[in-house]
Design a protein around this ligand. Structure first.
Ligand code: AMP
Ligand code: MG
Length: 345
């Protein structure tokens, strides 16, 4: 499957226009532009510095067109999305050719699954669907249902032919879900689109998944507020960051309550059950995709296993908050505060 022709037309036209606009504005002073759009089920906040209103308009339109396009490929909420069509082929012994975007997101998902011992797993679709339905209808999933869903989960059941960009889903009823990586990827792509317009001082918050480019002019970085957590009694913290990704997982209204126990929309691939102790995880990594996938993975791992996992990837920053009844635990990787100056590579 190839990217749609219509998109290329729009994109190429925008690119030509932007070159013309750019030529007219070389050397102009930079002004800040801010936009907010509902996309991918969240509000996306985009900020950047550009030399003119006209360039800012074309560039921001291109960013939002790109994100809409990505949504049509990656969303499991859209019936006709490419990912849902791929999922429909599960267990049929079929190789399916995929677009560059789907290939890239799937390949990166597999990379983060291997890196996190399967704590992040984009094949969690059947389990996620089960918990989503249960949350909506207010019942607790039965053991048998969880067992059945888990049978169709496992990143090793995804085969990728890297040469030909084809994918095979080995097990019947498999369903891919990029909910834990898609917004981070979209945020990175937004900065990539802006780079085509030579806009480098940029920041996109995709509803908690951030991609951050160069610092604003005459500043050391973008200010990012990590809010306080009342339950765990942590203070708010302001980070000053550039050229990295930041993701926060878990602080959400989406959970199932059963016998006074909350079950998160993030589930443990080993048990198929929504997390019970998790409150919030913030990860700072080299880009938005990595931060998004790893924030979900560290949520699953929790404080104890998370500390061990961090030893294998000490270049990232992690801040984890967990609660167990009245007992709260929180852990920050020792480099977290040092990363404020913001230049992690
Ligand atoms: P995030 O907010 O980035 O942590 O993503 C949470 C979303 O990812 C959920 O709403 C599910 O759609 C999906 N998900 C749940 N558990 C996992 C998991 N262990 N690995 C990957 N994706 C998951
Ligand atoms: Mg995530």
């Amino acid at each position: 499957m190839k990217e749609s022709k219509r998109f290329h037309k729009v994109f190429n036209f925008s690119a030509i226009l932007s070159i013309a606009i750019l030529a007219a504005h070389v050397g102009a002073a930079q002004k800040r532009y801010d936009y907010a759009r509902p996309l991918m089920g969240s509000v996306f906040n985009l900020s950047f510095y550009a030399p003119s209103d006209s360039l800012a308009q074309v560039a921001s339109d291109s960013v939002f067109a790109r994100i809409n396009y990505l949504n049509g490929i990656l969303s499991d909420y859209l019936d006709g999305s490419e990912v849902n069509r791929l999922s429909a082929s599960a267990g049929q012994g079929q190789w399916v050719y995929v677009s560059d975007v789907l290939y890239n997101v799937l390949a990166q998902s597999q990379y983060f699954s291997a890196k996190t011992s399967g704590a992040f797993d984009c094949t969690m679709g059947p389990v996620v669907q089960l918990w989503r339905r249960a949350t909506r209808r207010g019942y607790f999933p039965e053991k048998q249902q969880i067992k059945w869903a888990r049978k169709a989960v496992g990143y090793r059941l995804v085969k990728i032919d890297h040469q030909q960009k084809r994918v095979q889903l080995k097990q019947k009823n498999m369903r891919l879900d990029f909910g834990a990586i898609g917004k981070g990827y979209a945020a990175d792509q937004a900065l990539e689109v802006l780079r085509h317009y030579h806009i480098l001082s940029a920041f996109l918050d995709a509803g908690g998944d951030l991609a951050i480019g160069n610092a604003p002019p005459q500043q050391t970085g973008w200010r990012v507020e990590v809010s306080n957590d009342k339950q765990a009694n942590t203070a708010p913290q302001t980070l000053i960051l550039k050229n990295c990704g930041v993701a926060t997982s878990g602080h959400t209204y989406r959970y199932l309550e059963h016998h006074g126990q909350r079950y998160s929309h993030i589930a443990d691939p080993r048990t198929g059950v929504g997390l019970r102790t998790h409150v919030r995880t913030t990860v700072i990594a080299s880009n938005g995709t990595a931060a998004d996938a790893l924030a979900t993975a560290f949520s699953v791992l929790g404080v104890k296993k998370g500390q061990k996992m961090w030893q294998k990837m000490p270049q990232i920053g992690v801040w984890l908050i967990e609660t167990n009844g009245q007992k709260n635990q929180h852990w920050k990787s020792p480099n977290f505060d040092l990363l404020f100056s913001g230049n992690i590579q």
